[in-house]
Design a protein around this ligand. Structure first.
Ligand SMILES: Cc1ncc(COP(=O)(O)O)c(C=O)c1O
Length: 353
């Protein structure tokens, strides 16, 4: 048995949802479980979080349909809304909450009136999805004229996780203004805003990454935020090589030994979803002892420094989890934990603990 595995911890998801619930301070909590529950498993995340949250957020209708087919009856918000008339009809049949982010969707609704819970998505500065405030007010009128009053207003923050605090307030003020004008509930906060900016909670919050035991911030760890590890990546040592000064390791000979030592070969690579661009120095742990990657990650293996470390063939190496903070691995790789979680392939064994 190769022993390369992803451990998923539903109890940690629940713990983190309870943290979100406390921070939400009475606002509805919708757990974002799009992209296969941030790589944790869509239905697994939903089952783990059911009862802890008020509803779920996904990106696309297929994800919502999979949840309904799995028996999830809680409210589901589809953040990209419908793509065409067929999806609009399916959304009605599945009793979904659909985001309306573009005038073409308003036009499609006018041509196909009927009951559906609609959230008007505002562009308050992110300039990705959303209607500009003046267009949103117009859209609300057009929808009301077709007996499809929106049930809420939502927006998304561009910089709630950035050190610069100046960009979130203007977005929130604009969103609040439109929600007030329409007399509708507002949903704006992602994990970063929920943790950091209490005034953004409004009527509904939409945490994602904090549920998965990762910190949205560079300057504060998940442990400091009392978040529990929900995703642990480990693999076994399958070879140990003695090396001498001047020896190089791996493709491209990118790392050269400066002293005699030992290199551990670990049975995980980019074919398992470990990032190929993880540089030498990226943290890993063997038997609870911290060490680092040396040389390039290959498809099925990666190599670690075993200098001064007690380790044998067959020992477990943690690539992220309890000893190795996934956010530190992400930073070393110039990415975010979201991407690391999402890019795990089907090859590692999944174990629900
Ligand atoms: C519309 C929307 N709301 C909420 C979230 C959750 O964000 P986070 O995972 O940073 O908490 C996302 C995630 O990207 C999103 O796209």
């Amino acid at each position: 048995m190769r022993g390369t595995r992803i451990e998923i911890r539903p109890g940690a998801l629940r713990n983190n949802a309870r943290r979100a619930r406390i921070l939400a301070d009475g606002a509805e909590v919708f757990a974002m479980i799009k992209a296969d529950g941030y790589g944790h498993g869509l239905t697994l995340a939903a089952d783990a979080l059911a009862g802890e949250v008020d509803g779920f957020g996904v990106a696309v209708l297929e994800e919502a349909r999979a949840l309904r087919e799995h028996g999830i009856s809680a409210p589901i918000l589809v953040a990209e809304g419908f793509f065409d008339r067929e999806e609009l009809e399916q959304a009605r049949a599945l009793s979904l909450e659909m985001v309306v982010h573009s005038p073409w969707q308003v036009a499609l609704l006018q041509d196909n009136p009927g009951p559906l819970r609609l959230w008007l998505k505002l562009n308050t500065g992110m300039n990705r999805l959303g209607l500009r405030p003046d267009i949103a007010l117009e859209a609300a009128e057009q929808l009301a004229a077709a007996s499809m009053n929106p049930v809420g207003v939502m927006s998304h923050f561009a910089c709630a996780d950035e050190a610069d605090e100046g960009r979130t307030d203007p977005q929130m003020a604009l969103a609040g203004e439109v929600a007030d004008r329409l007399g509708l509930p507002l949903s704006a906060a992602n994990s970063a805003a929920l943790i950091r900016y209490p005034h953004t909670r409004a009527q509904r919050v939409r945490p994602g990454i904090m549920l998965y035991g990762s910190s949205p911030f560079d300057w504060q760890s998940a442990a400091q935020l009392d978040l529990a590890v929900s995703h642990r990546f480990s693999a076994r040592l399958i070879a140990i090589n003695e090396i001498q000064p001047g020896d190089t390791v791996g493709y491209g000979a990118t790392w050269t030994a400066t002293r005699p030592g030992r290199i551990g070969v670990v049975a995980a690579g980019y074919g398992d979803g470990y990032p190929r661009h993880a540089p030498s120095g990226t943290p890993a742990a063997v038997n609870g002892q911290l060490t680092m990657l040396v040389g390039r990650v290959s498809m099925d293996m990666l190599t670690i420094d075993l200098h001064g470390i007690e380790a044998d063939i067959g020992d477990e190496v943690e690539l992220w989890g309890d000893h190795v903070d996934v956010d530190k691995v992400a930073r070393a790789c110039g990415t975010i934990s979201y991407e690391l979680f999402c890019q795990i392939t089907g090859r590692p064994e999944r174990v629900i603990v």
